[in-house]
Design a protein around this ligand. Sequence first.
Ligand code: PLP
Length: 376
Amino acid sequence: MTQMCLRYNAINLSQGTPAYQPPDEVKAAAIKAIQEGYNQYSITWGAPEFREAIAHKMNTFNGIPTDAAKNVTVTCGSTEGMLSALLAIINPGDEVIIFEPFYENYGPDTIISGAKPVYVPLQETQTDDGDMRFTYDRNELKEAFSSHTKAIILNTPNNPLGKVFTLDELHEIADLCEVYDCIAVTDEIYEHMIYDGGEHFSIGALPQMRNRTITVSGLSKTYSMTGWRLGYVVAPEVLTDAIRKMHDFLTVGAPHPLQRAGVASLNLPQQYYTDLIAKYDNNRQKLVKILTDADFRCHPPEGAYYIMTDISDFGFEDDTAFGHWLVKEIGVGGVPGSSFYSRPELGKTKFRFMFSIADDILDEVGERLMKIRSKI
Ligand code: PLP
């Protein structure tokens, strides 16, 4: 979709690349680290001061008791973190449960590591307050677990739906992990982007999950530095040993000078996060209005920076046909929903837009999308 957007000069709301820059003091810390000579490999599982900063953040923000020496592995983005984690724990014949729709990498990661993916649908449901949110069916979740289940992948806040798992949902998942003796592998890369006063809960903070959770996160989204490739995995010591081996053989280590600057990111004051949420919330509200005014069916996401829409009212053959038409005729790009499902037909009425985008460009998106009805 990005290539098509470039070809047709369309506004690209497909890729999850932040429109912003890291704070100046963080950029300065990276330059300083290069000038001071941090230009060779760090310890393969991460520079000690960066691991210390991560451990501090895990203890205070996530509520997961973390020792920098025993529990933290710095990886090349959370992308590598997720794959190293799965490669470390999967044995032939294992199954991994994945909520669907899912961030595109989880399916391939599961298959590369030798496991069979088992999908559990997330459906739009009405809450008692009349709001719409994405939830799973309890029985469907229970039925997905078996003696073959090694892990369940969670993503909260979730891409592509913006779902934020509640404490009750995490307790329910934790109980099943205990019964079936399996591990929660949780991707929390959007943990700082939650709206309407909602709260981020880490399943690894539940006492019953201390020995069976692998938490994957990173700096890409929170500090607008997807190109720096800084991620990390926090896990019990015995799992960390295996994860560090996988990580060493896959990538050796994340960029050393950028890890030094990562410390400056993690030390930013609380105000940074307050401003971040305010900025994204403004974009969220604006894009929801633009999309509903243009006859997309959607509701405000609880977290992350994506809006999953329903496009069935536009009458296209499928999501891909709609996506191509939208780029060529309207000049806006998004991601066909089928990319987030195991079987394309499940997502053929869905289409995802992202809202990490400058304010004036969002205004232009609004003007362009208003032309949809007159062109169909
Ligand atoms: N996890 C999720 C849910 C994402 O949406 C993305 C990027 O879009 C990533 C992980 C990739 O993160 P990283 O840059 O840390 O590899």
